[in-house]
Design a protein around this ligand. Structure first.
Ligand SMILES: O=c1ccn([C@@H]2O[C@H](COP(=O)(O)OP(=O)(O)O[C@H]3O[C@H](CO)[C@@H](O)[C@H](O)[C@H]3O)[C@@H](O)[C@H]2O)c(=O)[nH]1
Ligand SMILES: [Mn+2]
Length: 574
């Protein structure tokens, strides 16, 4: 009989793409033939010919990058039922949710994301949820405080009736209770009505607080420090909203609110800065060996997502094969047929599946499980990888900063220990250390944002951080589930779409020209060559518009100047 450890947790499934390969190669052959013809006949033609030759060379280059990225598509099947037999061995996970603006990201959205995460199927005593609020918004804090009370009702309800979508706003968007075969119908209907009423009250309270913002926040102890808080100028705020004190298995995970210190004229490094603060605060508080981070508008849509993620993280013979697990980014409530392409469907279904067959998907910034030790700069446990280990040539204090609790917790993680101490933690004892590591000046003269943590100096901190990890030799895996693991909100069009695209384009271009260039990572570090080409495919995306625009203007130009940029076709009639 198979022992529980020999049961597989995952299975690699290569996808057949013979037709796709044949058509990609045919197009490549045609492109090269055209280029050859252009080159040998260049001296018979003028400027237009040269310009089309340059554009077509670019298209051929991009086509090669595309073909490489799509060449080896694979998916992974995961077997959480085999993991459930090893429930006691599951590692702890710290969950990070980031929010930055209570107007653009209304607290009710953050609250739904948080509630969906508190209710996932995973041993609750092994989870802690940290919310970073870069706006230091009293309304967000108040909403989370109210949500922690509602969670006492919501989490048991979800588990009792095996609710599939655990974001209450989505679950209660249907007007009548769904049928639950295993429940007594009247019990279920009563519970459903009661929880729905309570959710409505919660929603109303949050709405009122948002309208009033400052005025709507009660003057009780929990809200101390919020009455006259200034968004860009305040000390660190760390508050435990809910502590699963006795490590109760039928409760729900710890919930902690964090708003890092902000001072004018002090660089805060946007989301990367927030993520590094969350890493340190959780390091001194719960120090789980794994971390999941999501944007505040991405709720957990599949309650088993953690179990599936663990199957990939621990389903391979060596840790190097899975440094992080990135879920597919999927969206809800978008426009039909996605006319602006905001939902990234082609990118994910064609390109990302192909990259999954190489060194693995890049990091997308949300819906990703990381090993904490990787964020702390540890290379995979392989003999040749140690030259990139930052700790091997620096004092821990120079790397992590001067906080005893953080140094101890980092040493524990770096010793490759997957187990937390098992002792019950008293979170209130850790608040002072947490505030210290969330201060503006903590990172001075440390490696945060450079060798360790989320990388600074770019708007696309996710791409750079993922590249840095893969440059150490780590592979990653892509988790695709049905129903989708997380669902987010994509801009539907208009200025919001353009702002997002402009930001991504700037970030990707900076990245191509900056020190974290994938070519350098392949030459000097352990990024594989084909993986480097996949990074180039996304990096050159902002430049593509120049060549595409130029090529589309050529016909009009030729028409006006009575020239031609296309080869003449001669027909011989026999
Ligand atoms: O100073 C900041 C700025 C942003 N955020 C949070 O970062 C997340 C992403 O920011 P958003 O403005 O929503 O950017 P998007 O373009 O929607 O995000 C995509 O692109 C980002 C940059 O590449 C990634 O970090 C994200 O995970 C990815 O979903 C949100 O939760 C924000 O609340 C902060 O916490 N602090
Ligand atoms: Mn967003």
């Amino acid at each position: 009989m198979a022992t529980t450890h020999s049961l597989p947790l995952q299975e690699r499934v290569p996808l057949n793409n013979t037709l796709q390969r044949a058509s990609d190669l045919t197009i490549l052959f045609l492109l090269i033939s055209l280029l050859y013809y252009r080159l040998i006949s260049l001296h018979f033609h003028g400027f237009v010919w040269l310009l089309s030759c340059i554009c077509e060379s670019w298209f051929t280059f991009v086509w090669i990058l595309n073909t490489n990225a799509k060449w080896n598509p694979v998916t992974y099947k995961t077997y959480p039922q085999n993991l459930l037999k090893r429930l006691d061995e599951l590692p702890a996970v710290d969950i990070f949710v980031t929010t930055a603006d209570s107007k653009l990201e209304p607290p009710i959205i953050t609250v739904n994301t948080v509630l969906s995460l508190l209710a996932v199927e995973y041993p609750v005593e092994k989870l802690a949820c940290y919310v970073s609020d870069d706006a230091a918004s009293p309304a967000t804090f108040y909403s989370l405080f109210q949500a922690s009370k509602f969670a006492k009702l919501w989490v048991p309800f979800c588990k009792k009736y095996d609710v599939r979508v655990r974001a209450p706003s989505v679950y209660f968007s249907t007007h009548c209770p769904p049928s639950v075969p295993s429940a007594v119908p009247s019990d279920f209907r009563n519970d459903w009505n009661h929880v729905k009423d309570e959710y409505e009250k919660l929603r109303q309270r949050i709405e009122d607080a948002c309208e009033a913002e400052h005025g709507g926040v009660p003057k009780t102890d929990e809200f101390a420090g919020f009455s006259d808080i200034e968004r860009g100028n305040h000390p660190s705020v760390v508050k435990v909203l809910w502590e699963n004190k006795d490590g109760m298995k039928d409760g729900f995970p710890h919930l902690i609110y964090v708003s890092r210190e902000k001072r004018p004229r002090h660089s805060h490094h946007f989301k990367a800065g927030a993520m590094n603060v969350l890493t340190r605060v959780s390091g001194v508080m719960t120090n789980a060996p794994l971390m999941l981070n999501v944007d505040c508008d991405m709720f957990a849509n599949n309650p088993e997502v953690f179990l599936h993620g663990m199957c990939l993280l621990f389903g391979f013979p060596h840790e190097v094969h899975c440094g992080y697990v990135q879920t597919f980014q999927q969206f809800y409530g978008g426009l039909k047929d996605d006319p602006f392409g905001n939902q990234l469907v082609v990118l994910q279904h064609k390109v990302v599946l192909g990259i999954a067959g190489l060194q693995g998907p890049g990091y997308n910034g949300t819906g990703c499980f990381h090993r904490r030790k990787i964020i702390y700069g540890s290379p995979p446990d392989l003999p040749h990888a140690h030259k990139y280990d930052v700790l091997s040539y620096k004092e821990p204090k120079q790397v992590f900063g001067d906080c005893r609790e953080l140094l101890d917790s980092a040493a524990h993680i770096r010793s490759a220990n997957m187990k937390t101490s098992g002792k019950l933690i008293d979170l209130s004892n850790k608040i002072e250390a947490a505030k210290q590591v969330a201060s503006c000046t903590y990172e001075f003269n440390t490696c945060w944002g450079k060798e360790i943590g989320w990388v600074y100096g770019t708007i696309a901190e996710d791409v750079t951080t993922g590249l840095k990890i893969q440059s150490m030799g780590w592979e990653s895996k892509c988790l695709i589930l049905n129903p989708a693991p997380f669902l987010g909100i994509a801009p539907t069009g208009g200025p919001a779409s353009l702002t997002q695209v402009k930001r991504w384009a700037t970030g990707l271009l900076e990245f191509l020209l900056g020190p974290y260039n994938p070519l350098l990572a392949t030459i000097y570090k352990s990024l594989s060559f084909r993986q480097c080409l996949t990074y180039l495919l996304t990096n050159v995306w902002p430049l593509r518009s120049l060549f595409e625009l130029c090529y589309t203007l050529l016909p009009a130009y030729c028409f006006l100047t009575n020239t031609s940029f296309l080869p003449k076709v001669c027909y011989y009639i026999c």
